[in-house]
Design a protein around this ligand. Structure first.
Ligand code: SAM
Length: 373
């Protein structure tokens, strides 16, 4: 049985009550804040990505396919310079590895030198949107996909790269991404409301510091991906796709997608689980974070505290809007929809999640997660 309790989070000198859960023994489901968009990367996060075998295999294969004999830009090379090194090993003629976090860029430089590739890979510390290269490259590889396809700014960052840093007709890895949406029964996934393990508090504190105070963060559901039996109980529909990102085609920086899902099983619709489908190279099967073990974890979007009863055939039609926040990179998301059941009038439902202008304790889910002092 998981134990949840209220603990105090010390965010920028303010005590913030937060529903916590004990990690030992591991609870069936727990929450992790979506950190990549702030951008908070440490050894734990980089390690999780290296352990994601499906992601690693698809990227490695794509790099081997496109890098030989070409010039390559690796945006967000990270601590391990993993795709810059893969490109050099595959025979890229020249590689630029760009990384915004100074400590990660410094470690990447050391890793590259130790591997004997310092003559072919140049590490540039900074934002890709603020650096220049001596000449445009043939291939751009990046893994700045968030828990939602565009939440780490892939659309704006890669549109800029295409305009300034990559040759016309150059190849982008990954090829395409979308955000996926399913109806979600939280009660069937977790007997009691999931909380944050204590070790996640440091990330909440850093996120609150990054935006200047507490806010309702996107929360990821940990403990779903490796439990198909829980998915079968808690996912109430097939996945709808929104936020299409065509990295080798027409790349939209925002817009409104009309979509719907039809419930395939009876349950209570408490909210939505949102994930990522990623086609790393053209012709690949996509990686799918809602149903596969993955370093991208599903995001929970609360809609109804008590859960609305649904039956097979009930339909949720919605508009999903993506608009760049005022930092020009990270999107704000909003969803408005209508649940049509075989009895009663349609029920309007909405969810929003801004990058850094989000309110605090804005709905019952977040008021329960961050109880008033
Ligand atoms: C998801 S990690 C990927 C790390 C590594 N490339 C991998 O695939 O394992 C994303 C990295 O990109 C960096 N990053 C994100 N946007 C960036 C940008 N526009 N310019 C440079 N670095 C960026 C982050 O700091 C982080 O280290």
């Amino acid at each position: 049985m998981a134990r949840t309790f209220v603990a105090q989070l010390d965010a920028s000198g303010h005590q913030v009550p937060v529903r916590a859960c004990l990690y030992e023994p591991e609870p069936p489901m727990w929450l992790f804040p979506s950190v990549g968009e702030y951008p908070l990367y440490d050894d734990f996060a980089y390690g999780k990505m290296l352990d994601d075998q499906a992601r690693m295999a698809r990227y490695a294969e794509a790099v081997r396919r496109y890098a030989p004999g070409r010039t390559v830009l690796d945006i967000g090379t990270g601590r391990d310079a993993v795709w810059a090194l893969a490109a050099a090993r595959a025979g890229a003629s020249r590689v630029w590895a760009v990384e915004v976090i100074p400590e990660s860029a410094a470690t990447a430089r050391e890793v590259i030198a130790a591997a004997g590739f310092a003559d072919r890979i140049t590490v540039v510390q900074g934002l890709s949107t603020e650096i220049d290269l001596p000449e445009p490259v043939d291939v751009c590889v990046s893994e700045i996909i968030g828990t939602l396809a565009g939440s780490e700014g892939a659309a704006a960052v890669l549109a800029d790269a295409r305009q300034r840093l990559v040759k016309p007709g150059g190849v982008f890895i990954p090829h395409r991404g979308v955000t996926t949406v399913v109806g979600f029964d939280l009660g069937r996934a977790s007997a009691e409301p999931p909380g944050f393990p204590l070790f996640t508090f440091k990330y909440l504190e850093q996120m609150f510091a990054a935006v200047g105070g507490p806010f309702d963060p996107r929360v990821c559901l940990v403990g779903l991906q490796d439990r198909p039996e829980v998915q079968r109980r808690a996912y109430l529909s097939e996945a709808a796709e929104v936020e299409p990102l065509e990295f080798n085609g027409e790349l939209c920086l925002g817009g409104v997608d009309a979509a719907e899902f039809v419930c395939t099983r009876a349950g209570r619709l408490h909210g939505l689980a949102l994930g990522v489908r990623l086609w790393v190279a053209e012709g690949d099967e996509p990686l799918d974070s809602l149903v596969q073990a993955s370093s991208w974890t599903p995001v929970y979007a609360p809609l109804s505290a008590t859960g609305l009863p649904v039956r097979p055939g009930d339909r949720f039609t919605f508009e999903f809007s993506t608009a760049l926040s005022d930092d020009g990179v990270h999107p704000d998301y909003a969803l408005t929809g209508s649940l049509c059941r075989d009895v009663g009038p349609p029920v309007p439902l909405r969810w929003s999640s801004a990058h850094h202008r989000q309110g605090f304790r804005t709905d019952p889910f977040y008021r329960s997660l961050f109880p008033a002092a």
